[in-house]
Design a protein around this ligand. Structure first.
Ligand code: ASP
Length: 318
């Protein structure tokens, strides 16, 4: 009897878990894509187009962030990105799927699509992160073309900066913006990508949070995903995207989780927080999402069930 009762109880438990999974799947939106800033709008549209073609969510986020990478009018990502204080465009990027597979490149020069190199690192090497010369050599071996990424407009901005600032690195509060994209497809598969030219006129060799898994990006199937933009050092300090996803795992909504992360950063930076920008986006496996920034002005692109809009994030400081 006891054994039969035990089996019956076990079966009821399995049934309840299956029903719960089914309920979550039924409530989940058909697709959910979030990305940072207004250049996220065409990026989300490209990601959505990839999903419509039946591509994976990893393909979708890669296709999405490649749009601002190739757009010379975006001065903080890829081609057209502002250079470092030596006049070199150096790029950071990473990509991650919900099963813990990830790849990253840092301090990469001359390659227009660092996110695709990051994906190759993930798929074609035993490593997770390649940097500088090594990352460039790998990219060339993989067939990526070597290109000049410094546009005349970015070069002019840099020359003006050199004259005005006498080669002193800017306080990081100034000129930057990354595309971070997180997405979930109709099957609940999650992925993210993050790519940037970093803080304009930074010191040569400086790397921010964007290519660091757990800082600029984190994604985990069944839990959620997060990405960050803004003053990267402060995001690294609190392992920003990892702690957001961890809080979601422990029951917070994506909105509550990003608010907690930004408040944590605000405690570290004190008064400086009022003059710096830092924004975070998150989604969870149920299809809920959140956005929050330290200063006003953070915008993000939202694609819900195929339709894309530009949204204003709430901020900690008015
Ligand atoms: N997080 C980037 C960096 O520190 C910049 C940004 O997203 O605004 O390189």
């Amino acid at each position: 009897m006891k054994r039969r009762k035990f089996i019956a109880t076990g079966a009821a438990g399995i049934l309840a878990t299956a029903l719960r999974a089914e309920r979550i799947a039924a409530a989940r939106p058909e697709s959910l894509i979030l990305s940072t800033w207004s250049f996220g709008v065409p990026a989300n549209e490209a990601a959505m187009a990839a999903l419509r073609e039946g591509k994976t969510v990893l393909d979708a986020v890669e296709a999405g962030v490649r749009v601002p990478e190739a757009d010379p009018s975006v001065s903080s990502v890829g081609y057209g990105g502002y250079p470092d204080r030596d006049g070199r465009v150096t790029l950071d990027a990473c990509i991650m799927d919900g099963n813990g597979r990830c790849g990253s490149v840092t301090f990469l020069q001359h390659i227009m699509h660092p996110v695709s190199v990051a994906r190759k690192v993930m798929e074609e090497t035993p490593h997770m992160m390649l940097s500088g010369e090594g990352a460039l050599r790998f990219a060339l071996e993989q067939g990526f073309p070597q290109e000049n990424l410094l546009t005349p407009q970015a070069e002019a901005a840099w020359k003006k900066w050199v004259l005005d600032n006498h080669y002193q690195p800017l306080p990081p509060e100034d000129i930057h913006d990354t595309i971070g994209m997180i997405a979930m497809d109709r099957n609940g598969q999650i992925a993210g990508a993050c790519t940037t030219s970093g803080i304009a006129f930074k010191m040569h060799g400086r790397v921010g949070d964007s290519p660091i898994i757990g800082a600029g990006l984190f994604a985990e199937n069944g839990v959620g995903a997060a990405t960050a933009t803004g003053v990267g050092g402060e995001v690294i300090r609190i392992a920003g995207s990892a702690i957001v996803v961890e809080q979601i795992r422990h029951g917070k909504t994506p909105q509550a989780a990003v608010e907690e992360a930004i408040r944590r950063i605000a405690r570290h930076v004190g008064e400086r927080g009022k003059t710096m920008q830092l924004g975070m986006l998150a989604l969870d496996a149920k299809g809920r999402y959140g956005a929050f920034s330290i200063s006003p002005g953070f915008q993000y692109a939202l694609t819900l069930n195929g339709s894309t809009s530009l949204q204003k994030s709430k901020s900690l400081y008015p």
